[in-house]
Design a protein around this ligand. Sequence first.
Ligand SMILES: Cc1cc2nc3c(=O)[nH]c(=O)nc-3n(C[C@H](O)[C@H](O)[C@H](O)COP(=O)(O)O)c2cc1C
Length: 269
Amino acid sequence: MKIAVIMGSPRKKDSYHICKEIEQRLNLYEANVEFDYIFLSEHDILDCKGCFICFQKSEKLCPCKNDSLESIKERLFSAQGIIIASPVYAYQVTGPLKCFIDRMSYLFHRQELFGKPAIIVVTTDGGGSKQVYRYLKMIISGWGMEAVGNLQIISPQYFKNRLPKSAFGYNEKYYDKKRKSLVMLSKKFDKRLSSTELRKPTFYDIFMFHCLRSKTYISAADRAYWEEKGWMKASYFYPVKMNPAKWFFGNIMRGIIHMVGKRFLENNK
Ligand SMILES: Cc1cc2nc3c(=O)[nH]c(=O)nc-3n(C[C@H](O)[C@H](O)[C@H](O)COP(=O)(O)O)c2cc1C
């Protein structure tokens, strides 16, 4: 089984060590779990030029040619699960990760990674992990992946003798608590990876699904892709039984999006 780790950090330190601990845990539960670490800063990923061609026509027509994006995508598509790991940099993800996410923005329109289980790892010296986590959760849902869970670590409290020192020192209680969360998250990830059963979407997933469907009213490329996938009339990316409350919520969302989309088409005839 292969897990692709999208590494936002340019160094093999805090977030890398957390992912390594997850790797060790998964290897206790499963034979042959291979972690494929993708250090984005070591790759040549050109900045998005903002031409909109990927949204409106196809990502294959992207003018950023001959960089590493295609090979990174192949590594993601061939993985059974994905980890997105980033330190907090100025209350956001790191630059290389943001650049990568921008170039992969077409996945908000055509969810090629749909259904792939994913976890989020955020490290920080104390602040900003909530914002970064929320941002990455939105990316995971927007790309149609399944958010299995997350781990947010204040590195100086978790790692002993860590340099440079910060206002937060090592704290054994904190370490024990987070280590427990890491073990639990690894178990949950493993359970999800070894199951063929697809997870029932949350209200948030259903909300995102219908919001994402709105793009099919604007882009012919998105419409063709969603029609080909059979998602236009579906309740979610894959067939799933929903409880009446979620079913009702999904239909209300569908109605609203259809109304707004129809109005957009009429105004732009
Ligand atoms: C340029 C830069 C900006 C940072 N910005 C923040 C920040 O806004 N808030 C914070 O708590 N920590 C910040 N940090 C600290 C890192 O998030 C923290 O040390 C993290 O554990 C590093 O993870 P890594 O070893 O995987 O790179 C910043 C570090 C750097 C180098």
